[in-house]
Design a binder for this molecule. Sequence first.
Ligand code: ZN
Length: 134
Amino acid sequence: MKRPSPEYNEYLREWRRTRLDREAERARVKKWRDENPSKERERTLRNSRLRKQLKRQTSEAYTVAQLVETYGSLCYLCGEEIDLTAPRKTGTPGWERGLHVDHLVSITEGGPDNLENARPSHGKCNLKKGRRST
Ligand SMILES: [Zn+2]
């Protein structure tokens, strides 16, 4: 299994370190919004543009083919072969052995959806992991 680069670990540390700053910023923005209702529309438009910009910066598009090419077709959670012909949609017969994209730092914790953070896994293993960490 390929280990994340030191740069990537640094990025994650920085992200965690600035978490409180970001929360304070959110509170400040909310206060401003309550005090300036007329500027709300303008702000929304600006933020929408910023979000799109940020998305381009942090989300690298990758394909399943690239994922398998980079990390192989073994499930990184249990080490067994993933059935790449099995359906990927949860609930479809055989999906448990099919490919799911797992993330080292989950998307819900702010992890980026890029090739470096993504790993191939079985549908079933990915789901089990998700339950464990919640
Ligand atoms: Zn597995």
